[in-house]
Design a protein around this ligand. Sequence first.
Ligand SMILES: [Zn+2]
Ligand SMILES: [Zn+2]
Length: 162
Amino acid sequence: MTLSSIHSLVLTAVQNVAADRLQKAVCGLADGSLVVTLTRQSDDEIRALVKNGDGKEYGVTLTESLTTCSCKDALYRGGVCKHAVGVALHVLRAPQPKRATTASQFLSFHLMWRDGIVLCGESHPDRVQVWPWTQGMLSWPEVCPSCVTAYQHPKPAIARAA
Ligand SMILES: [Zn+2]
Ligand SMILES: [Zn+2]
């Protein structure tokens, strides 16, 4: 991934954000109330999970032409929300990985119920996304496929207890 392609991705978000949202994002990153975790980064797409000050987590996707977020601000009011611009700012200031971009490099994560049970049964998952998940998130390539299968085709309670 070249630096210029990163810049063209994040510039779309930064150039289209309203000043008050940009300010919220800068403040959130500075005081730690906005936490960005990149889950996928390629030449034409950046995806991340953004944890808000209220504990909610949102899925953000940045491409050259599109900036999306699963929060209500983005869904109802449109435009670039503070989460999306937060991701852009995070990417700009974060050191870039030196390795070539490959599928295995993506940070994969498991799905976890609120009671701590990982859907695929992994007992020591590196990364988890705690319920609730967005529908779109289930189709991300970085989500553990076994977890998605377990979610979409739940085993009968008897089988799970056995
Ligand atoms: Zn948002
Ligand atoms: Zn899993």
